[in-house]
Design a protein around this ligand. Structure first.
Ligand SMILES: Cc1cc2nc3c(=O)[nH]c(=O)nc-3n(C[C@H](O)[C@H](O)[C@H](O)COP(=O)(O)OP(=O)(O)OC[C@H]3O[C@@H](n4cnc5c(N)ncnc54)[C@H](O)[C@@H]3O)c2cc1C
Length: 601
């Protein structure tokens, strides 16, 4: 079952990120290379058994709403409980909460396996972990005692209930309200739309982590607080219906087995909510889950793109069609399409996006591990800066990679005989939810780049330069190092221009091309990832050829050579897009700003 490469995950974790360094921290001392590989193997077995087999079935027998209930395949509940029983929903929690204190980097590597096997099922679990993490971080002891265990076991579903009809990208406009009662809980009223995992028959209860505004309280984010709102009140509260009504579920282009529900609170009776953390800090607290979900959405996109790549690769190796352009002999047998350079161009694009994204996502996870376990502020700032890229690059380029993968299959790619058409539909939403790509462009340029007077950008630049310096010592990759280093001057010029606009002009001018900047910046980040991977691969090939060292086997040589070749492809075919984007970002014309709405006829 080829949907992700375990060898590639081990390469990134051990050889590129040197995850062993985390063992110096007491929290992670048990996670040596063997333990990490064991965890990855266990994740693959679980994904093979519970997730992968029902990926297509979840699409063909999509979730449906009937008589007030949202029905999903029985395999959804079974898969949730299997992930829970194997400890995956709580693996990175503290021992005291029955966790394994697994580094997030390893947990997310396992998550990538689940996402590639079946992102629709993996997402139910991933959301549950994220919601429970909010309770762990900010909830009272009572909330922790009541909710964490059944959520970790996959018996109760967690959700993230933010969006309302008038408040999607603009969360400060939410209007769902809460009122305090004398019994200590709050009464919630309002509606939420598009709530993933919002209701379904695969679990015993649903726990909404919900944002609401104090009734008659201040406008904007100031009046917003965070609540736990269960579908059924837990035993201590009388185990009754909490009047969270499902108005229906959305008919979606993809991810059809992964429910998105329209929910109403307090319409058909009182709905109780329990405050999480401090009152009026709701959005600030929710950012913990949102940041996690952004990396998670990037993982989902990278997982889908990975599954598409291996499906395309398999097809390209088996499908005979045409002959080489220099062979005019009509009697000669057809070649398999992987023999055509242009098919390899498409496959290389898929591979470059998938393996570059996986590296970036695990790099971000490692920054988070360092920050959370040892308070490493540098790691924290780098994580903050890179999160919009880690969400958007796999989503945007993943869309393109899956579309390219469909092209590899020709007509067959468009039919439902092959998984590409489903993956193509499934991956599309990743650039919409968890903040559209635009919102991440605004976050990157309007907030992250400016943080602490540009300190995060300076740190990232130091990381870029360290990688360039190291790569320069390896003749096989030195030209790639030169390409990145000269493009960094262009990046500098673009930033100076944009920051100049920020000083001289209003925010409308400064932020007009934030999405273009995100693309441009992200291509540099991925160039850094590919340069690092290529440097490690080049060194491994050299070491394998050193007298006294064991020679590399054929498979290993092919693995490292494939890394080098994909890096070269990235720099020649993908990174070169930065030249056009740079011209756009430096252009004096203000095309989009000057196109008044009336001109769009
Ligand atoms: C399948 C699915 C599942 C979802 N799951 C959840 C969930 O579990 N929980 C949850 O809370 N939400 C969920 N959402 C909601 C999702 O996060 C929102 O759809 C998303 O944030 C966009 O909001 P919107 O749909 O209101 O679009 P809008 O905010 O109306 O945006 C429309 C367009 O305008 C652009 N735009 C908006 N504001 C600006 C601006 N200030 N500057 C420039 N451009 C702007 C956007 O980029 C976009 O292109 C889900 C959505 C879908 C489709």
């Amino acid at each position: 079952m080829d949907y992700i490469s375990s060898r590639n995950l081990r390469f990134v974790l051990h050889e590129v990120l040197d995850l062993g360094q985390l063992r110096q921290l007491e929290r992670f001392q048990d996670f040596d290379e063997e333990a990490i590989d064991f965890s990855l193997d266990a994740a693959k077995q679980l994904a093979d058994q519970y997730l992968y087999p029902i990926y297509r079935e979840m699409d063909r027998n999509k979730a449906y709403y009937q008589d007030g209930q949202v029905h999903v395949l029985p395999g959804v509940g079974e898969g949730m409980r299997a992930m829970g029983e194997a400890g995956w929903l709580s693996a990175n929690w503290d021992f005291e909460h029955n966790g394994q204190q697994m580094p997030l980097t390893v947990h997310n590597a396992g998550g990538l396996i689940f996402q590639a096997a079946n992102g629709n099922l993996a997402a139910y679990g991933f959301l549950t972990t994220g919601a429970a993490n909010l309770i762990r971080a900010f909830g009272s002891d009572d909330l922790k005692a009541t909710y964490l265990e059944p959520m970790a076991q996959g018996r109760w579903q967690g959700t993230m209930a933010l969006t309302e009809p008038q408040a999607g990208s603009s969360l400060s406009d939410i209007t769902s309200t809460y009122e305090e009662t004398e019994e200590g809980h709050y009464l919630i009223r309002g509606q939420k739309i598009y709530i993933s995992g919002g209701d379904h028959t695969g679990v015993e209860n649903v726990v909404h982590l919900l944002l609401a505004r104090k009734k008659d309280g201040p406008k904007g984010v100031k009046g917003v607080s965070l609540f736990v709102v269960p579908k059924y009140l837990p035993e201590a509260e009388g185990q009754q219906d909490n009047h969270v009504t499902t108005a229906g579920i959305y008919g979606k282009m993809g991810q059809r087995g992964y429910v998105a529900a329209h929910l109403m609170y307090g319409e058909q009776g009182p709905t109780r909510g329990y405050l999480v953390g401090e009152e009026f800090s709701g959005l600030r607290h929710m950012f913990l889950m949102m940041n996690e979900a952004r990396i998670g959405t990037g993982m989902m996109a990278a997982g889908s793109a990975s599954a598409a790549y291996y499906a395309s690769l398999k097809y390209a190796r088996e499908r005979p069609q045409g002959r080489h352009p220099d062979n005019k002999d009509i009697n000669a047998p057809q070649v398999t399409i992987i023999e055509h350079a242009d098919v390899r161009r498409m496959l290389l694009f898929q591979k470059a996006v998938v393996e570059g994204s996986i590296h970036l996502l695990l790099q971000c996870s490692l920054y988070e591990d360092r920050y959370r376990s040892s308070g490493d502020e540098r790691a924290h700032l780098l994580l903050e800066l890179l999160t919009p890229v880690a969400k958007s690059f796999p989503a945007e380029y993943g869309n393109e990679a899956v579309s390219t993968g469909m092209q590899v299959l020709g007509g067959a790619g468009y039919t439902d005989d092959f998984p590409l058409e489903q993956i193509f539909r499934d991956i599309r939403v990743n650039s919409i939810y968890e903040g559209t790509t635009t919102i991440h462009g605004l976050d990157l340029l309007g907030r992250k780049v400016l943080m602490q007077n540009g300190l995060a950008v300076r740190y990232l630049n130091e990381e870029f330069l360290a990688t360039v310096t190291e790569a320069t010592t390896q003749p096989a990759v030195a030209p790639l190092a030169t390409a990145l280093s000269s493009s960094l001057q262009g990046l500098q010029a673009v930033m100076e221009r944009l920051l100049g606009l920020a000083r001289r002009e209003d925010a409308r001018v400064f932020l007009a091309d934030a999405t273009v900047f995100l693309d441009y910046f992200g291509l540099h980040v991925l160039a850094w990832c590919w340069l690092r991977q290529a440097t490690v691969a080049s060194r491994a090939l050299d070491t394998g050829a050193t007298v006294g060292k064991p020679a590399l086997g054929d498979d290993e040589r092919a693995f490292y050579r494939s890394k080098l070749q994909t890096a070269r492809y990235y720099f020649t075919y993908v990174f070169t897009r930065t030249a056009g984007l740079q011209r756009t970002l430096l252009a004096e014309e203000r095309i989009t700003l000057d196109t008044e709405p009336a001109l769009l006829v």
